[in-house]
Ligand binder design. Structure first.
Ligand code: HPA
Ligand code: ZN
Length: 352
């Protein structure tokens, strides 16, 4: 950041933070759309589709959201997704997310979706992607929120299953911009999917992968070196290898950090223990994201509020940097990025 800008931002008081965090334009780069299914919508869709849930009420379901690690969350997350059957269900789910995003001044969102969670239950790939695509178009028209889809492979399933999913997806190649890797990280290292990623690279898809959430720092290195990813999802365990932290800073590899998720899944004990401030201070291209907002206690601005409340060393300069990082790290066009940076500058100029 230019010194002149930094010193201007450092003159803004911390009391301006609540409005700045709310009003600044931001991009969301790590949101699993199935993780935006609120318990109320799960019950409404279950009723609409005649699906029986293992929980008697919305309250009972919400009470089950006490997680001890990633797997304990994933078990409930996949159960929640079982109510999604029709194109309209995927549309309604995504529109509910886009309305929340618009309220938080998210100008652009790159949505992960997990096709295998649905196709393995007999829901056609077309149903999933057409519902999400229609919501994306409606969000642009009605809410002014730009978006794109990133297809995630479930890493606990085989390479063969990932290749089969890619085959199913290819007729819809123009409806998604990239691929990611999610689900149970430990024991499913990036190299398991090296050949899938090589093929997707040939197809001109953007490449990202979850690494270093629960898995070791080495998974971040192999995601970069063997999968050739452009961003790392989570990546907070990079601090276990100082040389890797230096590399991430030097190469300006974006990390899509998900603060509330990290607390709920016990990656950190509490927000004052979170390493996002030290990663920012070390010059890493860190962004803030909601991951699975319906399960982890909040959408984008709830994540920003929790970070800035928990880490008093962060001020307006860091808020600006996080919003700028999210814009720069997105896969949007340069023209769109310039427009959002201008908006960002206006919000902070008004506060100085
Ligand atoms: N990590 C891995 N897989 C996921 C997550 C996550 O946080 N959310 C949804 N699938
Ligand atoms: Zn995630």
């Amino acid at each position: 950041m230019p010194l002149e800008l930094a010193s201007r931002l450092d003159k803004i008081g911390r009391d301006a933070l609540p409005l700045l965090l709310r009003d600044m334009p931001k991009c969301e780069l790590h949101i699993h759309i199935e993780g935006s299914l609120e318990p109320e919508l799960i019950f409404a869709l279950a009723q609409r589709n005649g699906v029986t849930l293992a929980y008697p009420s919305v309250e009972a379901l919400r009470e089950a959201y006490a997680f001890t690690d990633l797997q304990s969350f994933l078990d409930i997350y996949y159960a929640g997704a079982s109510v999604l059957l029709k194109e309209e269900d995927f549309f309604d789910m995504a529109m509910a997310y886009f309305r929340r995003a618009a309220a938080d001044n998210v100008v652009h969102a790159e949505l992960f979706f997990d096709p295998q969670t649905h196709t393995d239950r007999g829901v056609p790939f077309k149903t999933v992607i057409d519902g999400l695509t229609r919501a994306s178009q409606t969000a642009q028209q009605e809410l002014g929120v730009s978006s794109a889809l990133i297809l995630c492979f479930l890493r606990h399933l085989s390479e063969e299953a990932a290749f089969a999913t890619l085959e199913e997806a290819l007729p819809y190649r123009d409806q998604f911009i990239g691929i990611g890797l999610d689900s149970s990280e430990r024991g499913h290292p990036p190299e398991k999917f090296a050949r899938v990623y090589a093929r997707c690279h040939e197809l001109g898809l953007h490449l990202v992968a979850h690494a270093g959430e629960e898995g070791p720092a080495e998974y971040i290195e192999t995601a970069l070196d063997l999968l050739k990813v452009e961003r790392i999802d989570h990546g907070v365990r990079c601090v276990e290898k100082p040389a890797l932290v230096e590399r991430l800073a030097a190469e300006q590899v974006p990390l899509t950090v998900c603060p509330l998720s990290n607390i709920k899944l016990c990656v950190f004990d509490s927000m004052d223990q979170h390493n996002i401030a030290s990663l920012l201070e070390a010059g890493l291209k860190v962004t803030v994201n909601s991951d699975d907002p319906a399960y982890f206690g909040g959408y984008m601005n709830a994540n920003f509020d929790a970070v800035f409340n928990g880490l008093p060393q962060l001020g307006p300069r860091h808020a600006y940097q996080l919003a700028l990082n999210s814009i720069e790290a997105s896969f949007a066009s340069d023209a769109a990025k310039s427009e959002w940076v201008e908006k960002l500058d206006r919000v902070f100029a008004d506060a100085s």
